[in-house]
Write a protein that binds this ligand. Structure first.
Ligand SMILES: NC(=O)C1=CN([C@@H]2O[C@H](COP(=O)(O)OP(=O)(O)OC[C@H]3O[C@@H](n4cnc5c(N)ncnc54)[C@H](OP(=O)(O)O)[C@@H]3O)[C@@H](O)[C@H]2O)C=CC1
Ligand SMILES: O=C(O)C1=N[C@H](C(=O)O)C[C@H](O)C1
Length: 254
C-alpha cells in the first residue's frame, strides 16, 4: 500500500515502522513544518492517507484528502463535534473516511463489554457509572476520545439514568479549546462523569466503575504501548481502500 502520513508524531512514526516492515511504502509525511505547503496534488500517488495530527488540524486534513480523492483513516481526537458535518461532505463527494477514537481491537471489545454490562444493569437499577482515563502529559485534549465513546456506550446501556457525559476533573492545564464540549442531560437523566488524569509515559488507560450499594464492577483497558492503535489503523487503511462512505471500527470488526 502507498500511504500518506498526515501527522508524523508519536503515532505517525509508529505506523511508519509497522508499515515499512509489512512492505508498504510511505509516499508523503506531513508535520508542523511542511503542513502549510501541502496541496491535494501532493497526495496523488497515495492509495490511502492516515491522519494522526492535532485536534485543530484534522478537519482540514480530511478535506485535503477528499479533494485529492484519497480515502482517509483518522485517529486524531478532539474534533469529533464536527464529525456529522464532515461525514455529510464525505458522503456527498463520494469519498471514504474511516474514523475511530481508538483503533485497538482490545478497546473495541471493552466498549462492547461495557455497553452489555450497562444494558443488563439498567434492568435492575441502582447502579451509577463513572469513567477514569489516564494518558501521557503531552496529550492535548480532554477527556480522551476513547472515554467519550465509552461514556456514550454506557449511557446507551444505562439509558434510564444517563444520556450524556461531563468532564468531572482534570489534573493538568488543558486549554478550553481542547476541552470537548459536553451535551446537557435531559430532565431526569445524569451525565456520565469522566475524570481525566495526565501522568508521564502512560499510552492510554480507561477504567469504568459501575457501583451500587451492594457491589461494584470495575472494567479496565490498559494499553501497554501504541502498537494496538497503530496496528488497528493500518488494518483499517487496508480495509478502506476501494470503499466509499463513512466507517468506524464496528464496521471493520463485524
Ligand atoms: N484513535 C486512536 O487509536 C489514537 C488516537 N490518537 C490521537 O492522535 C492524535 C496524534 O497523537 P500523537 O501522534 O500522539 O501526537 P503527536 O503530538 O506526537 O503528533 C502529532 C503530529 O501532528 C503534526 N501536525 C501538527 N499540525 C499538523 C497539520 N496541520 N497537519 C499534519 N500534521 C500536523 C505534529 O507536527 P510537529 O511534531 O512538528 O508539531 C506532529 O508530528 C491525537 O489527537 C491523539 O489523541 C493517539 C493514539 C491512538
Ligand atoms: O492521545 C493519545 O495518546 C491517545 N488518544 C486517544 C484518545 O483520545 O482516546 C486514544 C488513545 O487512548 C491514545
Amino acid at each position: 500500500m502507498k500511504i500518506a502520513l498526515l501527522g508524523y508524531g508519536k503515532m505517525g512514526q509508529f505506523i511508519e515502522g509497522l508499515a515499512i516492515a509489512a512492505g508498504d511504502e510511505i509516499v508523503l509525511k506531513v508535520d508542523e513544518h511542511n503542513r502549510n505547503s501541502i496541496r491535494a496534488e501532493d497526495l496523488s500517488s497515495a492509495e490511502v492517507a492516515i491522519e494522526f495530527s492535532r485536534p485543530e488540524s484534522a478537519v482540514a486534513n480530511i478535506e485535503l484528502a477528499l479533494e485529492a480523492g484519497v480515502p482517509i483513516v483518522v485517529g486524531t481526537t478532539g474534533w469529533l463535534n464536527e464529525l456529522q458535518s464532515v461525514s455529510k461532505k464525505v458522503t456527498a463527494a463520494g469519498g471514504a473516511l474511516f474514523w475511530a477514537s481508538n483503533f485497538s481491537v482490545g478497546v473495541n471489545v471493552f466498549f462492547a463489554a461495557a455497553q452489555r454490562a450497562a444494558e443488563l444493569l439498567d434492568h435492575y437499577g441502582g447502579y451509577t457509572a463513572g469513567i477514569e482515563e489516564i494518558h501521557h502529559t503531552q496529550k492535548l485534549d480532554a477527556p480522551s476520545g476513547t472515554a467519550i465513546t465509552l461514556a456514550e456506550k454506557v449511557a446507551d446501556g444505562l439509558s434510564g439514568s444517563y444520556d450524556s457525559w461531563k468532564l468531572a476533573s482534570v489534573n493538568a492545564a488543558v486549554p478550553q479549546t481542547h476541552i470537548a464540549p459536553a451535551s446537557a442531560p435531559k430532565e431526569g437523566h445524569e451525565p456520565v462523569p469522566i475524570a481525566s488524569r495526565r501522568e508521564e509515559g502512560v499510552p492510554g488507560t480507561h477504567i469504568l466503575h459501575l457501583d451500587s450499594e451492594v457491589d461494584s464492577i470495575v472494567l479496565q483497558h490498559t494499553a501497554h504501548s501504541r502498537a494496538g492503535f497503530a496496528t488497528g489503523a493500518l488494518t483499517a487503511a487496508r480495509w478502506l481502500v476501494g470503499k466509499q462512505g463513512v466507517f468506524t471500527m464496528e464496521d471493520l470488526l463485524k
